[in-house]
Design a protein around this ligand. Structure first.
Ligand code: UTP
Length: 277
């Protein structure tokens, strides 16, 4: 696969899940038997990514622990001949996949979080960004693989898109399509959380991106925007001035695990699959 690196910005505060997220990172809340972050990591591995870059914060050590080996636990399971459990804890992540952790010292926004990975990305490569809150049951392949397949055909940055109700456009990054009837969608412009009256379409950006490495140079100068945060959308908007970018409507079901209802729906969806297997 052409995209080797995936960046996971996981340094957000998770305030919508307080008090649970006072001591546990939001990304470690479980959907059935796995933390939310595990689903996104599996999707990245399925898509061929071999370097996973986690942009973490002060309270997020549990994420690094989860993807690390735990020899004490493994020895204990081995001694007790719990072969199935041992197999599970040993195979959280394949051995050819490397995890790198960088810190975002202050949660200044998603654009700032992505820029924290800049030393690990070269300007002439494309890389993936995955927001684990968006838990996607992609069909027939995972969401990131769908984006990478489009990238391999078009050789440009790719955004995952979903059509949302007009009354919800103010919650998302929204694109202006240059060609609304043709696939893939050529993106003309993008705006973060527009008012309904200002929204250029109801195509919202979902938490999966394949981006040109050149965005890192742009992000270093992006100023605070919507909500007082350094927005990835503003960096993408500038990248659009110089590079072609396409949007791919995702095939599959998305759950917004950043809020309680979406998180419960994800548990029901994957829970039913677990019960029926
Ligand atoms: P969100 O705004 O949805 O996450 O950011 P949050 O801030 O953790 O959640 P609430 O709103 O307080 O409940 C989307 C993604 O961007 C990351 C988050 O961790 C999440 O994966 N993020 C956001 C960062 O890594 N750093 C930031 O400064 C902001």
């Amino acid at each position: 696969m052409s995209i080797q690196k995936a960046v996971f910005p996981v340094a957000g505060m998770g305030t919508r899940f307080l008090p649970a997220t006072k001591a546990i990172p939001k990304e470690m809340l479980t959907v059935v038997d796995r933390p939310i972050i595990d689903y996104a990591v599996r999707e990245a591995v399925e898509a061929g990514c071999e370097t996973l870059i986690f942009v973490t914060g002060r309270t997020k050590n549990a994420i690094a622990d989860y993807f690390d080996r735990n020899p004490d636990l493994e020895n204990e399971l081995e001694a007790k001949q719990k072969a199935e459990a041992l197999e599970i804890v040993r195979n959280i992540i394949p051995s050819h996949v490397q995890c790198i952790y960088v810190r975002q010292s202050e949660a200044l926004g998603l654009g700032h979080a992505v820029h924290c990975a800049a030393p690990l990305i070269t300007p002439d490569e494309h890389f993936a960004v995955m927001l684990p809150d968006d838990l996607i049951d992609g069909y027939p392949v995972g969401a990131l693989k769908q984006l990478i397949q489009a990238h391999e055909r078009e050789r440009c940055s790719v955004l995952a898109l979903e059509q949302v109700a007009w009354e919800d456009v103010h919650k998302y990054g929204v694109i202006k399509p240059a060609n609304s009837d043709l696939m893939p969608i050529q993106i003309e412009s993008i705006v973060e959380k527009p008012a309904r009256a200002d929204a250029p379409s109801n195509w919202s950006v979902v938490g999966r991106y394949v981006l040109s490495g050149k965005i890192m140079d742009i992000l270093k100068d992006v100023q605070r925007g919507t909500g007082g945060e350094i927005q990835l959308t503003d960096g993408i908007s500038q990248l659009l001035q110089t590079e072609k970018m396409i949007g791919v409507p995702l095939s599959g079901k998305r759950f917004d695990c950043g809020n309680k209802v979406g998180f419960l729906e994800a548990n029901l969806h994957f829970g039913l699959r677990f019960l029926n297997r």
